[in-house]
Design a protein around this ligand. Sequence first.
Ligand SMILES: CCCCCCCC/C=C\CCCCCCCC(=O)SCCNC(=O)CCNC(=O)[C@H](O)C(C)(C)COP(=O)(O)OP(=O)(O)OC[C@H]1O[C@@H](n2cnc3c(N)ncnc32)[C@H](O)[C@@H]1OP(=O)(O)O
Ligand SMILES: Cc1cc2nc3c(=O)[nH]c(=O)nc-3n(C[C@H](O)[C@H](O)[C@H](O)COP(=O)(O)OP(=O)(O)OC[C@H]3O[C@@H](n4cnc5c(N)ncnc54)[C@H](O)[C@@H]3O)c2cc1C
Length: 662
Amino acid sequence: MAGQVNPDLAKERENASFNTQKLTNLLYGGAEKVRRRRYIESLAFSDPAYSGDEDPVFMSREELYSSQLKRALTTVQRVKELNITEEDLSTYRNAALSGGMPGLALTWIAFIPTILQQGTEEQKQKWLKPAQDLSIVGAYAQTEMGHGTFVRGLETTATYDPSTQEFVIHSPTLTSTKWWPGGLGKTSNYATVMAQLYTQGKCYGPHNFMVQIRSLEDHTPCPGVTLGDIGPKMEGNANDNGFARFDHVRIPRENMLMKFARVEPDGTYVQPASSKLAYSNMVYLRGTFVMSAAQALASASTIAVRYSCVRRQSEMKPGEPEPQILDYQTQQYKLFPQLAAAYAFWFAARFMTQQHASITGSMEKGDMSGLAELHALSAGLKSYTTAVMSAGIDVCRMSCGGHGYSHASGLPALFSTGTSLCTAEGENTVMMLQTARYLVKCFVQSQSGKTLSGTVAYLSAVQPSPVSGERNMSDLGTQVTAFQHRAARMVRHAALQMQTEMQKGKSREDAWNSCSVLLIKAAQAHVHSFVVRNFAETVQTVEVEESVRAVLTSLCQLYSLHGITEHAGDFLMDGYLTGRDIDAASSLLSAVLAQLRPDAVALVDAFDLHDKMLHSVLGRYDGRVYEHLYQWAQKSPLNKTEVHESYYKYLQPFLKSNRAKL
Ligand SMILES: CCCCCCCC/C=C\CCCCCCCC(=O)SCCNC(=O)CCNC(=O)[C@H](O)C(C)(C)COP(=O)(O)OP(=O)(O)OC[C@H]1O[C@@H](n2cnc3c(N)ncnc32)[C@H](O)[C@@H]1OP(=O)(O)O
Ligand SMILES: Cc1cc2nc3c(=O)[nH]c(=O)nc-3n(C[C@H](O)[C@H](O)[C@H](O)COP(=O)(O)OP(=O)(O)OC[C@H]3O[C@@H](n4cnc5c(N)ncnc54)[C@H](O)[C@@H]3O)c2cc1C
């Protein structure tokens, strides 16, 4: 019957052990914030300006680009009309754009933050408002065809000419062509360009420059600038990721973003407090990817868990009705770890945001001591959470069988969008190696007697010797300590291995490369241990109803026990955990799967993701999967005519001639 919720799904909701709304409030920071978020979303969802477009999967690249651009421009207009505040801005935009990435997106997520973080007060005055009001549109142009990871290897030059007080921006080679920046291809008329700064005959490394790239009158490229779109990608095709070449393009001296480093009119270079401050916007964006990872995994688990309650398949017991596929333990083992990771990353993202605010606050006051930890934490968390998210979405997709492979499920698009976060804003392996670099340094410091603090404090506190006696593997504290022990041992092992290689005569760089697999694994173990500890501390300390705490505790247990059993070898290596402990962890894990089963739907409902954000026939809140699957397929462009034109062009003549031969 129209409007009714699938009875299986309705029953799941009735049987939950806790109040979903209470958990939603916890996730979003209180009942008032939830109410506000829903209200802001409803403004977008009910606005006819955003409805009527067809499903993006049925659109051509050009249709997609234009329709998302149009929507994005409508959001700018509506934000003014509706007085949407800064705090509600991203909620409104996400809802209006249904999570899509228009050509304007990088203006919001990279161009404006770069001006904010790298610009002087005067520069902010000049460019912030135009960028926010969208009288200029900007890209963040750093990556080149030949270099993305190795920022010091960028080839674009910005050479200061004191006679005119200008910088000359130049792309000396094909490989120096800026390649990938979002919105650069067709949409932007400005870009912050990362280029090697040359002044008084000396190179001072990569710095950011504000460059006008298109005419503000007719949008044609400025003299000396060649621009274009780099072509379709795995996903995100509403965005015109682009290329740009500069042929001795002159910009005023004031266009160098000079909050940290400066070039005086006579060409004198003034050093920043740290050369890495030019990278602050990357650190910020990496931090935001942790929440994107949590949300992407939350979306995937919402889709897969709801569908797994609607879908019935096979016979568990002879003669009995087909069970919901979520009743199979193997299905729970696929999905619940993804669900648990989504929660774990959500809380980790919250920590990351707080750390970012607190350390950048100190940096504003001139205290740079937290920069290294902030970089290591954001790089490691970005790498770890996006990798788990990407793999996890694919697990969710496969858990939905054939229908998961259809775009109707929303999972293919979610995967190909989500997986881009493993590469963008610092390739994951490279990022994890940055965390490893910090850990090795900390280890060496702790060896020489320094007491470590912050997220690495445990490296000096945890003893590497095995602990004997029975362990209560269901105790969260025991699990956290086991993770810390594992990480500390792996960091120590990788660092000592490096020292051994160097003692054998290898250079530091060669020793680093020959130990980099160990280093990556150690850094992953470190981040994993941080995420477990942060999850455990959150569930233990947060102010919430006991029924919510109980289900979160089970979820935390699951995340942690899953990690222990999946990486059993690491925990067994030095005998810290025994085979008996691992067996106990496996049995507990099975028990927690069964314990969480009745709450699975309520746990995904608590993410409060609207159907308009999920884009999934399988993950619909009402669970009416089959009728909508049928309706969705009708929209396929191939169904526009009963007999497709290629029948007349190709198939008919072919069949006819074959029949004639009979
Ligand atoms: C339902 C929801 C679904 C949602 C899902 C989707 C949401 C959509 C959202 C979004 C969509 C996508 C949006 C895309 C946007 C993308 C934008 C871009 O990609 S912009 C380009 C980024 N480019 C990189 O990140 C380059 C990476 N490379 C680097 O950062 C550097 O080159 C690095 C770190 C690899 C090396 O840097 P060195 O060569 O300058 O430094 P060295 O020599 O290695 O180190 C010197 C010291 O500096 C430290 N260091 C390096 N970077 C640092 C930093 N940033 N801060 C502090 N210290 C740093 C190092 O740790 C080292 O420290 P010691 O010497 O050991 O103490
Ligand atoms: C969707 C998307 C949007 C993007 N948007 C922008 C944007 O708006 N602006 C912008 O400037 N850029 C953008 N980029 C570019 C992005 O930042 C780079 O692609 C990214 O930083 C990775 O660099 P790379 O492509 O040079 O990879 P590479 O470094 O070439 O990576 C290739 C392989 O080499 C390995 N590798 C490289 N260096 C090392 C090392 N030191 N140690 C061990 N292994 C190593 C990597 O692990 C990887 O396996 C975007 C990219 C994508 C996919």
